[in-house]
Design a protein around this ligand. Sequence first.
Ligand code: CP
Length: 306
Amino acid sequence: MRHLIDPMDLSVEEIDDLLKLANQVIAHPEQYSEVCHGKKLATLFFEPSTRTRLSFEAAMMELGGNVLGFSSADSSSATKGESVHDTVQVVGCYADIIAMRHPKEGAPLLASLKSPVPIINAGDGGHYHPTQTLTDLLTIQREKGKLGNLTIGFCGDLMFGRTVHSLIKALSRYDNIRYILISPPELRIPDYIRVEILEKKNIPYMEVESMEQVISELDILYMTRVQRERFFNEADYVRLKDTYILDTDKLKSAKSDLSILHPLPRVNEISTKVDDDPRACYFRQALNGKYVRMALIMTMLGLIPD
Ligand code: CP
């Protein structure tokens, strides 16, 4: 039995297979509508979510399976002091696979040690979000036609942005990727990514504070939200929350084939006027999340049709 906790739990070949399967689902959804008949997915979300939880649930429903779960810790027995170990051992009696989001880094890993069914990390604190990474990889592949030879700018909260950490880690195995890391000094990428991944693997990167200074160089601009829920004090959040706002003026100097990604939710960091620009990929990206989760569920349950 395999779990998906860290983006590196999947080899490059396995990622290629998942993306290929997701593309097949997009092309012929009707061929997959009964693949998970009789199977159940549990979504255990101890932290808020719109896209991840609902796309997992939609994915399982479109595969002919069923879903159960809770959308906040408040409505579960975690409020009575139940541990994640006990929770997954019990939910594993009711479901065939579990997607878990938790505010504590490492909670899905802990859960996987006792779980009788596969655990998928649906985001653990500021750590990792491997299914968002699969979503991002599918989006980059579909928008750019490749996963290498790209200059990618990550902008915003690079300190606590688990989607950024996961994607940089996963992309570190593809050729000729250059990173431009755009953040205020307080929200720079943590050392476990900068030193342990980028420097150790000799991956070219630069850290800058100004988006305007580098936007013309980018093939992909990956915007992120400054996350109020990760700050220890409100004053720091208020000071930093509007550091970057991508608008139509700033996009004038960007490449005509720039792809703008954002894991969403968005607050102020992308003007809604940008949504009509064909370079804005973030709503297509959210849709890709459902298809890649369909591919992941089938793969983890060993139910890929011939
Ligand atoms: N991208 C993402 O994880 O969104 P949600 O928090 O809405 O699931």
